[in-house]
Ligand binder design. Sequence first.
Ligand code: GTP
Ligand code: MG
Length: 374
Amino acid sequence: ELPCTVRSFCEAAGVAVPDLMKTLMGMGMMLNINADIDLETAELVATELGVDIELKASETLEDELITQIEEHEDEAESLVARAPIVTFLGHVDHGKTSLLDNLIGINVVKGEAGGITQHIRAYKVPKGDRAVTFVDTPGHEAFTEMRARGANVTDIAVLVVAADDGIMPQTEEAISHAKAANVPIVVALNKIDLEGVDANRVMTQLTEHQLTPSEWGGDVEVVRTSATTGEGMDELLETLLTIAELNEYSANPKRSALGVCLESEQHGDRGVVAKVVVQNGTLRVGDILVCGPAHGRVRAMKDTLTGKAIKEAGPSTPVSLFGLDKPPGAGDRFHVLSDITQAREIAGSRDDESSRQSLSGITTKVSFDNFQEM
Ligand code: GTP
Ligand code: MG
């Protein structure tokens, strides 16, 4: 496997990033700019885009270690149930944060600047004897990348559509993210409390987008909700738990952790804070981490909902993490290593890569055809 990313591929092949993303999406892959593409995919997209590339393998320390971790298969006996990761997607102001607030019993919306979500939020919430991890994404068009990231880590997508507005541009974008991620979609037909809303109009729009409601003979659950009155909230949660039960999401809490960074910040006095989601394994204070160009030892972790310090985080747990040397990129995967020197080396090689703006493992010849297109 080659350490070739969407970005490095584009730089080398002289392809615009959105063009490559579109091509990848056409192949059912929703990748962000820092995501790795493997050799096979690189060859396929090169053909698709009509560019000529020369690929050469480079077996680095990184390839070996990280590939080993990623490809390690958990034995069936080691798997236990994990919380489903549920992401709220949809157009700006359609009520994603309000629905999540209602489900959790907090009020985040009120504290938001201009009522617009600008961060990607993730909370693990106990629900009876189970737990659900919720991810909230911003609907504003400026945050395409965050919605993509949300869709990337999710097991179930809740498509929030305000009954008065119906399907809007970011709703459509969210639909394509969810479809590319190949996850079940539940529609929250929100703001159903508003006077004169026409649910049938939105159901027709959904059908036109190949999301036929189950009550119309399709396979998409449409739940009428109001974050304001609380109508439909229990049903929404029930629907999510039923889907989770059917899919038996599982992970191995005994292996070392891996997952993805949702966002990160450099705080003056506290250093780097990275919001990450553990996808498999258990992350512990003291673990040695490499995440994109960053590395370090986990100094402390906080529960994203309560803000309480925690010592370990199992599968499907979002945490705020302290101890990395620099802010990793959003969407960067993290891995736990046993040796801090190795972690530094791997992080360093990635950092060189990005600062040289070059790429390892892939070189390009721009063919004449391609040249004309540019
Ligand atoms: P972004 O994060 O900016 O994309 O918006 P959002 O989808 O998170 O919407 P948010 O929850 O911030 O709600 C937007 C506005 O709609 C707020 O003023 C909410 O109070 C209102 N709202 C949300 N849900 C409902 C609902 O079910 N009924 C009514 N009447 N208003 C709602
Ligand atoms: Mg919001």
